[in-house]
Ligand binder design. Sequence first.
Ligand code: WQD
Length: 334
Amino acid sequence: MKETILVTGGAGFIGSHTAVELLDSGYSVVIVDNFSNSKPEVLDKIRQITGKDFKFYEEDLLNLDGISKIFDENKIDAVIHFAGLKAVGESVEKPVEYYHNNITGSLMLIKAMKKHGCKKIVFSSSATVYGVNNPVPFVEDMPTSATNPYGYTKVMIEQILRDVYVSDNEWSVSLLRYFNPIGAHKSGLIGEDPNGIPNNLLPYIGKVAVGQLPQLNVFGDDYVTPDGTGVRDYIHVCDLASGHLCALKYVLEHNGVEAVNLGTGKGSSVFDVLHSFEKACGKELPYEIKPRRAGDIATCYANTDKAKRLFGWEAKYFLDEMTADGWNFIKNNF
Ligand code: WQD
């Protein structure tokens, strides 16, 4: 059996897909989740997909004793840290909740890791740390900033982990900067299933397609982009999961801190995504142009050279496969 990996937030969208990849690759997996933005039934879906079992703890990272217990009871070789609140708009309304949950939660996790001699971590960061002043395509050595509390929690946790490495060079840290994860596992058993009205584009379109929402509101068509709508680097969640395994292998074999983009390096507009999804679901979907959303930038996509050089990883799915796999999950689960 390979190493034992603790996956925080492992019942969530990206965490569950990564847990599947880890189990399929022979790792022993321990999942901790508080179900604040995920559902218990995902755990059995992971077992169903992989045919493998894993230990699970329903626990909040803010409970240091509870997190320490996981390390007392399991020899954890590395941590993949997904757990955190991630809604940009909500973070503006509830900054204290976001800073406490994401920052303090991460500090408790790091404390428990230090106490048990576990010094290898892959952190779920985000392209949002590139802020609004960097030119595209974004490169890992660009200065980081944010335009909202959610983004600042990512900037700050990256800094905390860099400072932990400075204090103890035995640490190995991978800061994975995701672009826009969409799609779902080919089985259609797991996917992005947000509670309430979705903030993100793909699940919102999905709820329009199944008739739960009347139309897509397109936030601005006056950006300096090919069709005027916002351009993003959409990446299949399964490509993202395989990128985590490459990062895990890297941290198991190296010390140091590496920020790495996980994107396709290609930009797609809101209309590109909408029309691709219409092809997948076989029907035209209603939309209306609305004013720009506060905090949005026109264009965001990755320079993918470092992931290729360091991990030998690159995304392999294109937009139409992402929307087809997304629809396959949505039509059976929304
Ligand atoms: C994509 C595009 C919108 C919804 C955020 C976070 C990022 C990551 C992914 C966590 C934009 C447009 C959207 C809608 C629309 N989250 N849009 N109508 O804002 O690029 O990134 O989610 O890690 O950190 O910042 O993603 O899906 O919200 O928006 O027109 O109902 O779709 O304007 O151009 P975003 P998104």
